[in-house]
Design a protein around this ligand. Structure first.
Ligand SMILES: [Zn+2]
Length: 479
């Protein structure tokens, strides 16, 4: 394609505080409609907002983790617009002076090289209520009204759909690592707006951009970008102009549709929020929060590579979610072999089951201790790797321990050399004809003997020991 896409993401993240941004109502998305509300978050006349300091700490945490400067003085503003689920008639946000600015995040580009995406700003704001449309009528649930949000505004440094979803994934993972957002997109904890414009490759000036609102999955972000890219390119190819529009992406059809056409920039009549004091943060508070930051994904990847000698790929997969990384490390506490062995079992066998059942590793029916115990059995040669996989499936399905399943299936490998030697000897002695063939150079007969031993031991004999013992006994016959 002869166009280059200029893409910027704005990510809205609900902060996982106990209570709302300006009142003491509990944040509870499953509560009965309109029961987690008060005069403040339902915008009764005469009420005043009261800032949740925990939400401020969380926003600072995000700012620091995304390499931002923290503004020690920031301000709240009113963004005025009418919508039924916004009873105040304005949203409290930060316009002129947000809490954090000038950050960056490193991601991998399409060639797998590290690249930096600028973070223009992080602003604190609030969520709206929720409208529910039923037949001819609409109902409003204000339980969500006033939930603290941060909006992370990225610079338009992204050039492909894959970079965009990679950036979004990394932000999600960081917010969950920081323990400031549940990061569950189905539940609306994270939403993303995509700004996209095209320009001829090598051109300096930007084209007209469109904004696709409220994408709530990595896949939707990729699909919306692919569709918009195509749509804008065909307009430009036909000598038409791209209109500056706000769009919605329809997951069913895979197309965008127009929400509104902007004649000019939206006029929200921003002005300073008179009911909230400017937000003053001390340097000490920032330093303290910085000291308490947990290990972030990039640091964890480096540590996994150096401390556990894992390949970079394994380290990246395992660190992609905090619960997966924790699970892996918990396994290691019950295991004394090579960490790579655990990594293989977690990444390949366990994740396959988790994905098949569309489950979550944090609720894995196989606890870390039991997976480690299974890998121990394999490592000691008590069961084969192949049987181990079947054992794991049964452990997963029936929520049983490794040794329970192994005993039940009677699959414990026979590694005791004496008993294997006894069986091998019997078989060799009772098949003199085959021994003769073998000694005359028919190597294939070796397989016949292995097969007989396996048949007699119901496949439980350790294949390596069988093979070694057979060689020994057959060579004795040659003497
Ligand atoms: Zn309230």
């Amino acid at each position: 394609m002869s166009y280059e896409a200029i893409i910027g993401l704005e990510i809205h993240a609900q902060l996982s505080t106990q209570t709302k941004a300006w009142c003491f109502c509990e944040i509870n998305t499953t509560a009965y409609e309109n029961t987690k509300t008060c005069p403040v978050c339902t915008a009764q006349p005469g009420t005043l907002p009261f800032l949740n300091t925990k939400a401020v700490d969380y926003a600072i945490r995000a700012g620091l983790a995304l390499n931002c400067e923290i503004n020690l003085l920031s301000k709240f503003d009113r963004k005025n617009y009418f919508y039924p689920d916004l009873p105040k008639g304005y949203q409290i946000t930060q316009f002129e002076r947000p809490i954090a600015i000038n950050g960056s995040l490193s991601i991998l580009d399409d060639e797998g090289h590290e690249k930096k995406v600028g973070i223009q700003r992080i602003q604190m704001e609030e969520d709206t209520g929720k409208s529910m449309h039923m037949g001819d009528s609409s109902l409003i649930n204000l339980n969500r009204s006033g939930t603290p949000l941060i909006e992370i505004v990225g610079e338009p440094d992204i050039r492909s759909a894959k970079e965009a979803s990679g950036y979004f994934k990394k932000i999600q993972s960081i917010l969950v690592y920081l323990d400031i957002c549940h990061g569950n997109m189905q539940e609306g904890n994270l939403r993303c707006d995509v700004n996209l414009s095209l320009r001829k490759k090598g051109a300096k000036e930007f084209g007209t951009r469109t904004e696709v609102k409220n994408l709530n999955s990595f896949r939707s972000v990729e699909r919306a970008i692919a569709y918009e890219w195509e749509r804008q390119a065909s307009l430009l190819d036909n000598g038409q102009k791209v209109q500056q529009q706000t769009l919605l992406f329809d997951v069913e059809s895979g197309k965008t549709r127009v929400l509104r056409t902007k004649s000019d920039a939206d006029d929200y009549r921003y002005f300073p929020e008179p009911d909230l004091m400017p937000l003053v943060i001390t340097q000490e508070r920032v330093v303290k929060i910085k000291e308490e930051l947990p290990e972030l994904p990039d640091d964890k990847i480096r540590r996994f590579v150096t401390d556990y000698s894992l390949p970079l790929y394994d380290a990246e997969v395992l660190s992609s979610s905090l619960s997966l990384a924790n699970y892996f490390e918990e396994c290691l506490t019950f295991f004394d072999g090579e960490p790579k062995k655990i990594s293989n079992w977690v990444m390949v066998e366990l994740l396959k089951l988790i994905n098949e059942y569309n489950a979550d590793i944090s609720k894995s029916p196989v606890p870390a201790k039991e997976l480690a115990s299974l890998v121990n059995f394999v490592q000691k040669g008590e069961i084969s790797g192949k049987i181990g996989k079947d054992v794991l499936v049964k452990m997963y399905d029936e929520k049983k321990t490794a040794s329970e399943v192994i005993n039940e299936l009677g699959v414990k490998q026979i590694s005791d050399t004496d008993s294997i030697e006894k069986i091998v000897r019997e078989i060799v002695d009772s098949n003199p004809g085959e021994v003769e063939k073998y000694l005359n150079g028919k190597d294939r007969v070796f397989g016949f003997f292995v097969g007989q031993v396996m048949k007699q031991t119901k496949g439980q004999a350790n294949p390596q020991i069988v093979s070694e013992t057979l060689k020994k006994i057959l060579s004795e016959k040659n003497e």
